[in-house]
Design a protein around this ligand. Structure first.
Ligand SMILES: NC(=O)CC[C@H](N)C(=O)O
Length: 306
């Protein structure tokens, strides 16, 4: 495995076209696109790293997997009255479907869906309490208490957050937001601004590899049925309107973020995190996707076979 990761790292770092770093969040616009990290965590506790696997980066929309998991724990199937389970076929920050579909976002991974999920898990609590809960959950699944939030990124998102504010107000107008818009957005921006390394992220994904149990710590996080369902949502919706392309090229449940990270799950085999800040036109990590494509070619880990 170490040789495979070293090879991938060599190929990826030699790629001349790195994609474009997200510029709509000013704090992310100044990240060096030359960086690359990959980490593979196995259920038996082994972890393999290559490149800048210990460098912290903004996990952005990858946090939506964790907030969905918390929401399912708190509300169970009731969450599905607030948000759907279908791919959107539209960009992550699109507003058009919301009007046609009565303020119910297509899925929990587009921005509108994640904002509704954030509202649902607040359940009348203060943003600080909800954020504490999210952070505690992420630290628990990654088995790492050092994980924190980058306040500068959160403030930067808030400053340029008109689009997310529009989505939130639009949903509020349909009655699909229960807490004050400002508070929901503040909580959303902060969980998107959690900083993690590839290694921490790969560890955090382990519960989705082994039917809901993080085998390296021995803790059950969710039921087997819930883990399977979260994986299916990541497969169908985790890369927005690029989810079909990701399934075609990589064939794993995956969740991307505009910080350039991707968490991918090979059920029964491994949790994988990659990071390359340059994005493709859809907002998914360009070289991160390429690295995962190489990894499944070399390991046969795609859920669709070799
Ligand atoms: N795709 C993403 O990672 C988007 C998340 C980002 N925080 C936003 O709201 O725009």
């Amino acid at each position: 495995m170490q040789d495979i990761l070293n090879d991938i790292c060599k190929t990826i770092t030699a790629e001349p076209n790195k994609g474009k770093v997200a510029s709509y969040i000013p704090e992310l616009a100044c990240i060096d696109p030359e960086q690359f990290g990959i980490s593979v965590a196995l259920p038996d506790g082994q972890v393999f790293n290559a490149g800048s696997a210990h460098q912290l980066f903004s996990i952005q929309s990858i946090s939506k997997v964790f907030t969905l998991t918390i929401a399912l724990g708190k509300l169970g199937d009731a969450i599905w009255s607030r948000v759907g389970r279908e791919p959107s076929g539209d960009p992550f920050n699109s507003i058009v479907q919301l009007e046609h579909e009565g303020g119910k976002p297509r899925n929990p991974f587009i921005n509108a869906g994640a904002i509704a999920v954030t509202d649902a898990i607040m359940m009348g609590h203060k943003p600080r309490e909800t954020l504490g809960e999210i952070l505690q959950f992420v630290r628990f699944i990654a088995d790492d208490n050092s994980i924190g939030i980058d306040e500068k990124v959160a403030q930067s998102e808030k400053l340029t957050g008109d689009r997310n504010a529009s989505l939130a107000h639009f949903m509020a107008a349909f009655g699909n937001l229960k807490n004050p818009v400002e508070q929901v957005l503040g909580t959303y921006f902060h969980h998107c601004s959690i900083s993690m390394s590839c290694e921490q992220l790969a560890q955090a994904g382990l519960f989705l590899v082994s039917d809901g149990i993080n085998e390296s710590t021995g803790f059950r996080v969710v039921s087997a049925q819930r883990a399977r369902r979260i994986n299916s949502l990541m497969m169908m919706c985790g890369h927005y309107d690029g989810s079909g392309e990701f399934a075609y090229r990589v064939g794993l449940p995956g969740k991307s973020g505009v910080g350039g990270g991707i968490l991918a799950i090979a059920p029964g085999k491994a949790s994988i995190a990659v990071w390359s800040p340059g994005l493709d036109s859809i907002g998914n990590s360009k070289l991160g996707t390429q690295a995962l494509e190489l990894l499944v070619q070399k390991t046969g880990w795609s859920i669709f076979g070799h």
